[in-house]
Design a protein around this ligand. Structure first.
Ligand code: ZN
Length: 370
């Protein structure tokens, strides 16, 4: 064999080895997924948090993408259609949760994960029946039918549910109840798993794998008025779910970034975005130590049309933020990813890519024969 052909062979072998390593990396499937959604969190909301704080935990992710947030029937989405795209990989109409525009049910990320024996959970700062969490367990044509969605939450196979909204679970005879019937869903749920109604009781819960924690009648207090962070809730959810030896999928929502932006309240947008970043820290700290956890951070849509024109920033203070809207906009939103499979989230794509890719990473391998 000539010197040249030896070299040629060497490079072929090297090329094949590198190709194998690269494809092994891109085929890597994580055991756990932590999916964090900042509701309404556009690039400007992240920019604001960075101006004020200097650096964010989101920046620890080295893979970034952007996604187009449209609904099936409107370029400007609501949280129901956006949540459905992120949870199922398919676009639907505004107001619809977990169904195609024609009413056919869409299987979501949690349902795929449950088929593989993984534990599943949600942790949010709004009522648990709100559109984003509902997209991960419910299938209903109208996002504001909270009685029906609460019932679907109880019948879902989620192991950990943390958020607010007991007004939708207690019977109509209770003060503040928003139910139209006499069902007490808290009692019904207690037959299935522990139910707690305070942060302290949630923190004390141990030696259990399942919990429903409804920490307020409505949404949880604003980030600045809470004695705990979304990061604290995320830590607790992870510690409960991680007892499952087959892995887990957790969805965490910084739900009130959206509410703050609807109100055009810049200080509150900052508070809520920084609170969301505490959950990002919890997720990334766990993922770094674990080594087999994918963390994906994104938004469902932008809210407020937020921008910072010339002279609106002084040092690390935002003195004259501009909101062009009190509603959602069609702007692309950022995606940050870390861990096995993260590279699949680089680039620009539709919101459906996020859901489809997460599902591809958790679903059972296709059986070649029956
Ligand atoms: Zn909104």
């Amino acid at each position: 064999m000539s010197f040249r052909s030896k070299h040629f062979r060497f490079f072929i072998v090297l090329f094949l080895a590198i190709t194998a390593i690269v494809s092994a990396q891109s085929d890597a499937k994580p055991k756990n997924i932590i999916f964090l959604i900042g509701d309404g969190m556009g690039v400007a909301h992240v920019t604001a948090a960075k101006i004020v704080k200097g650096s964010l935990d989101m920046e620890r992710c080295k893979v970034m993408g952007m996604h187009m947030t449209a609904a099936a029937n409107n370029p400007v989405t609501d949280s129901a259609a956006a949540g459905t795209a992120l949870a199922s990989g398919f676009r639907t109409n505004n107001d619809v949760v977990g169904l195609c525009p024609d009413g056919k049910p869409l299987k979501n990320l949690m349902e795929y994960a449950q088929e593989t024996g993984r534990a599943t959970g949600v942790a949010v700062t709004v009522i648990l029946t709100h559109a984003t969490p509902a997209a991960f367990y419910a299938h209903h044509k109208a996002r504001y039918h909270y009685d029906i969605i609460a019932d679907q939450m109880l019948n879902s196979r989620l192991d950990v549910m943390i958020g607010g909204g007991w007004d939708n679970f207690y019977p109509k005879t209770f003060t503040r109840s928003r139910r139209k019937d006499d069902r007490n869903l808290v009692l019904e749920q207690r037959r299935k798993m522990p139910v707690v109604t305070s942060y302290e009781a949630l923190m004390q819960a141990s030696r259990i794998r399942q919990i429903t924690a409804i920490l307020d009648g409505g949404h949880l207090p604003h980030a600045s008025k809470r004695t705990y962070t979304l990061g604290n809730l995320t830590d607790k959810a992870i510690s409960l779910l991680n007892q499952n030896e087959k892995g887990f999928v957790l969805m965490v929502e910084g739900s009130q970034i959206d509410l703050a932006a609807h109100a055009n309240d810049m200080q509150r947008v900052l508070d809520e975005t920084l609170d969301f970043d505490t959950a990002v820290k919890s997720a990334l700290d766990f993922a770094e130590a674990d080594g087999n956890t994918l963390v994906v951070i994104t938004a469902d849509h932008e809210t407020g049309g937020l921008s910072f024109p010339y002279n609106s920033i002084e040092g690390n203070k935002i003195v004259a933020a501009k909101f062009s809207s009190d509603n959602h906009t069609a702007e692309m939103v950022p995606v940050f990813a870390f861990g096995p499979g993260a590279e699949k989230f680089g680039g620009i794509y539709d919101n459906t890519h996020v859901g489809k890719t997460l599902i591809e990473l958790v679903k059972k391998d296709d059986e070649p024969c029956n």
